[in-house]
Design a protein around this ligand. Structure first.
Ligand SMILES: *Cc1c(COP(=O)(O)O)cnc(C)c1O
Length: 356
């Protein structure tokens, strides 16, 4: 394996006194990791260096054509004080899947994982200990060719930056209002939907703003062809509890294969709930609601883990779920994962790896 160079910071930042006052994604730790790709050298130049701005040519290919991918994962502090990272290998394997879709060279998952663990060990004092808080880990790769021609870049940069974050629900675990989007689409099968890439977010921003204006927190996307089948929420997968069964849309190429989605399915199965990954139409959801069988709706993603949905709007149909309160299953799995994070629950699944 290639060596990882280290450039020491001249001074270190003050760590937050109270993590619950820190807003998401604005504060970064002292160090970051980077390495570059060139055709003749492969991935090279691995180093851990002080977090700082980077210089880019105005002709940088990513700024114009968006050839980039990213990941989002977390490290937690257990009640014993250990630093443990959640499903790092799954996240890095998914980064490679995004690379494949965007025509970016594959990374050596074992090497990047080693580099990440080294960075986390160096930055372990930044991992907050308050329940629900964590150190958010953002690996990303972008094209670095200085060239305005449209084409696959020859060179790339991979970086990992770290950001301490408070619990997602600082003011309690509250349900969100979701608008089912029947006009705009985020991704289509055969497109980039299965990749974690900036383009999918760019495609979603305008619809999100319109939903906000109507008083909704996020949009639920339908399939891009018929506007009939449920896909996912902005940065979350979606689950429905219908007549006792935990249902989520099957991975079809146009939605992201969420690690939290996979985690929810694994836990629900272990608990003995019937689960299914299948095609689910918005009509079926509306019918289940009318028949009183739509018991709970919740989103799943790294940021919130579980995001209960209190209201779902589809065209003129307003569906109030569970009296706007958090459902029983949503609460149970949210509490369980929070206890896995702090080590109050034993990690019988092998989700966590200890750094220090
Ligand atoms: C990251 C992301 C998710 C959630 O994935 P997790 O691995 O659970 O964090 C869902 N949908 C989209 C579009 C995403 O980018």
């Amino acid at each position: 394996m290639q060596p990882i160079d280290f450039i020491e910071a001249k001074s270190l930042k003050a760590k937050p006194q109270d993590i619950s006052n820190v807003s998401f994604g604005k504060l970064f730790t002292d160090y970051m990791f980077e390495m570059d790709y060139a055709p003749e050298k492969g991935w090279h130049g691995a180093k851990i260096l002080p977090y700082a701005e980077i210089a880019l040519a105005p002709s940088n290919a990513t700024l114009h054509y968006g050839q980039a991918v990213f990941e989002g994962m977390k490290a937690f502090r257990s009640k014993e004080g250990a630093v443990r990272v959640f499903r790092a290998e799954d996240h890095l394997n998914r980064l490679n899947n995004s690379n494949r879709i965007l025509d970016i060279p594959q990374i050596d998952v074992a090497f990047v994982k080693k580099a990440l663990f080294k960075l986390l060990e160096l930055e372990k004092d930044w991992v907050p200990s308050l329940k629900g808080s964590s150190l958010y880990i953002r690996p990303f790769i972008f094209a670095t060719d200085e060239y305005l021609g449209v084409g696959v870049s020859k060179t790339y940069k991979l970086m990992i930056i770290l950001s301490p974050v408070s619990a997602y629900y600082v003011n309690g675990f509250a349900p969100v209002k979701i608008m089912v989007e029947d006009k705009y689409v985020r991704a289509v099968r055969g497109g980039l939907g299965e990749a974690k890439t900036p383009a999918n977010y760019a495609a979603s921003l305008h619809a999100g703003s319109e939903a906000h204006k109507k008083g909704y927190d996020q949009v639920l996307w339908l399939d891009g062809v018929e506007h009939k089948f449920i896909e996912e929420v902005g940065s979350m997968n979606i689950f429905f509890k219908i007549n006792g069964e935990i249902v989520t849309p099957a991975l079809n190429g146009s939605i992201l294969s969420g690690i939290t989605r996979k985690t929810v399915l694994e836990i629900a199965k272990k608990w003995g709930y019937p689960t299914s990954e299948r095609r689910l139409s918005i009509e079926e959801v509306c019918e289940a609601y009318d028949e009183g069988k739509l018991e709970e709706v919740f989103g799943s993603g790294t940021a919130a883990v579980i995001s209960p949905v209190g209201e779902l709007l589809y065209k003129d149909k307003k569906m109030l779920l569970n009296d706007g309160k958090v459902g029983e299953f949503s609460q149970k799995i949210f509490d369980y994962v929070a206890d896995l994070q702090t080590g109050v629950e034993t990690d019988s699944f092998g989700f966590f790896e200890k750094i220090a």
